[in-house]
Structure formats: C-alpha cells, structure tokens
Write a protein of this length. Structure first.
Length: 354
C-alpha cells in the first residue's frame, strides 16, 4: 500500500467519523449513501461502547470522534508527516493500548500505519468496541489493511513496541520489551498555575481542562498552584457549569462521596462545592473528583519544580507558564493536535528510526 493510499484511507475515516456525528447535515449524496450502509454497525458499536464502559458517555465518545474528524484530513496528515524519512521496508510494531478514554490508543495506530509499518494491536477491553469498528471500516476501504493491522491477544514476532500502562505495568513492559526499540508510557497528569491575571473566560476554560472525560486522562488538570487561597473561590465560581454534568454521573458521584468521606475521617484540609473537592496537597496526582492545590510565594519555584518533574507532567496551563515546553492554553488540554504526543515523545520520529 502506498503512502498516498494510507493518507486517503485515513482521510476517508475522518469523513466516516463526521458522518457518525452529523449524518443529517452531509450534503454529498454519494458519500452519504456509502456511509449509510454502516448505520447498523455504528449504532451497535456506540451502544456497546457505552454499555461496556460506564465512563464512556455518548457525549465523551462524540467528543473524541469530533476531535479525530477534524484532524484526519489530507491536508493535516500530509503536513504532519512531510518531514519524516520513513523506511520503505515495514516493521511489525506492537501496540498495547490503554482504555481510560474513548479512542485513546488511536494516535499510536495512526502513527504506525501512516509511517508505513504493520500494527500488531492489543486493544484494551475498556475501549475495544470503537477500535473494532475502525478496523472493520479500514478493511472495507482496502483489503491490504487486513495484513497491515492485526488484532492479537499475545504479542509475538514484533520488531518494536509502543505500550501504555500504569507505573506498575511499565516495569513489566520494560522487562519484557527492553531488548527491542520501544516507547513505554507511564502515569502522567497535568497542572495549572494561577497568578490572578486570568480572565473569567480563562477560568471557565480551566473547567474543561479539569472535567472533560471526568478527569480520567493524563491531559486533565489534577493540581492547581495559586498565589493565595482566595483565588480558589473564583475558580469554584467559574467551574459551576460543570457541576450537573459530573455529579449526575454515578461513577463520578461515587468517587466524590468516597473521597469526601475519607478526607472528613482523616480531618484533611479541603474545600468543597458539592461536586469536586479541592485538597491542599503537594502531590500533583489526585483521585477522581479531587483537585489538589498548593499555595506558592515565588512562581519561579513552581517553574523549576515543573521542569524537574516533567517526566510526570503532560500539560502545563497558566499565563506565567508560556516558557514551559508542555505549555497549553486554558481550555485546550483535551484538544491535542496530531503533533501533540503522549509523554511528549515524538512517535513518528521513533518509527522513522526503526
């Protein structure tokens, strides 16, 4: 399969995602007729994805699909890949996917295929329904994908590996895959630094960074640094629109109730607005429904700490943080571009060197 055919296939996949989201508004009759044959498969995959993972609400699934529909254009894919000298001989690249967010492993799949390699895919049981729909659609576009993308239970006969897991599973991955080229991802999270210059819109957008996908992703803000504790009250006020969305989700509400009870029993210091807890804690990682906070005197101390611990951090938000290599604007942490790589490791560069 040529590079141009791969680009074309993923461009069509982007159109397919757009059809899933906006079938009634597609004006191209031929395209609409082609995709309408997939209506039953689409409904089954969406329903099954929601049923098998309660965190995968239809809103969050649609958010992921929309993000990829916008990214998967011929123009975007060409611009993304143009500077990489991909090898002409394909390698077998194992992909062990996470399942905490809808389609969270898709970027790795896209990177492996677009770079001219073969993918040996171990999907997560928490996010395999949508991925299987994608595989089936790609197979229908070009039968060569059946030999390029193989879904496996046990990873064998691989030349390289991209594996995503927790800090604990990463140790096993290192032992098992350490002798081949690999990317092994561990736990990461994101932080925000508040200095008092934020607009109301900035703080409202911070709510997106905290609550999209219920805070389950490495790009979700789980720690806030403030110059003074009173700034948290303005943050609370700005994120109020998220309250009904998250607290009415049973699994999120259970986490909120559990953590609140634990903190009360432990007499921990925290702030509560009835749907999220702000806990005074130096740890940058926090449980679901909790955001840790810390008061700083000198922002340079915060900057230095974030650089020293960048191996734990995916995104840094804040008006003072624009010189940080992981800087992201308020409200944009959950809207990565093709060039925004997990763990800030350039996947295409890794694949080009195989």
């Amino acid at each position: 399969m040529t590079f141009e055919q791969r680009i074309s296939a993923f461009n069509e996949l982007g159109q397919f995602f757009n059809f899933i989201l906006n079938s009634d508004s597609i004006s191209d009759k031929d395209l609409k007729q082609k995709f309408e044959n997939w209506t039953e498969d689409i409904q089954f995959a969406l329903t099954d994805a929601e049923a098998s993972n309660n965190w995968f609400t239809r809103e969050n699934i649609n958010l992921a699909l929309n993000s990829w529909a916008e990214a998967l254009t011929t123009e975007n894919l060409t611009a993304w890949t143009k500077n990489y000298p991909f090898a002409k001989t394909p390698k077998n690249v194992g992909i062990i996917m996470a399942g905490n967010l809808p389609l969270v492993g898709f970027h790795d799949l896209l990177s492996v295929i677009i770079s001219g390699n073969n993918a040996l895919v171990k999907t997560s049981s928490k996010d395999d329904k949508l991925m299987k729909l994608i595989f089936k659609f790609l197979y229908s576009i070009n039968s060569e994908f059946e030999s390029i993308i193989k879904v496996i239970e046990r990873l064998e006969n691989f030349d390289a590996v991209i594996a995503t897991g927790s800090n604990n599973t990463a140790r096993y991955f290192e032992q098992y895959f350490g002798k081949v080229p690999h990317i092994i991802r561990k736990n990461r999270t994101s932080v925000a630094v508040i200095n008092g210059t934020e607009s109301d819109e900035d703080l409202q957008n911070l709510g997106n960074d905290i609550f999209i996908y219920f805070g389950l992703g490495c790009r979700n803000v789980t720690k806030i640094y403030v110059k003074e504790e009173t700034q948290l009250h303005k943050v609370f006020e700005s994120i109020l629109p998220w309250g009904e969305t998250v607290i009415n989700h049973p699994k999120y509400a259970n986490n909120y109730d559990y953590n609140r009870a634990i903190y009360l029993l432990g007499k921990d210091q925290f702030l509560d607005n009835n749907f999220v807890l702000f806990k005074k804690d130096e740890n940058i990682h926090s449980p679901i429904a909790v955001v840790n906070f810390e008061i700083y005197n000198d922002v340079n101390d915060v900057k230095n700490y974030l650089i020293e611990n960048e191996n734990q951090i995916q995104c840094v938000v804040g008006n003072d943080m624009q010189d940080n290599p992981n800087y992201v604007e308020f409200g944009q942490t959950q809207f990565p571009k093709l060039t925004d790589y997990a763990d800030n490791i350039d996947t295409l560069k890794f694949l080009a060197k195989l």
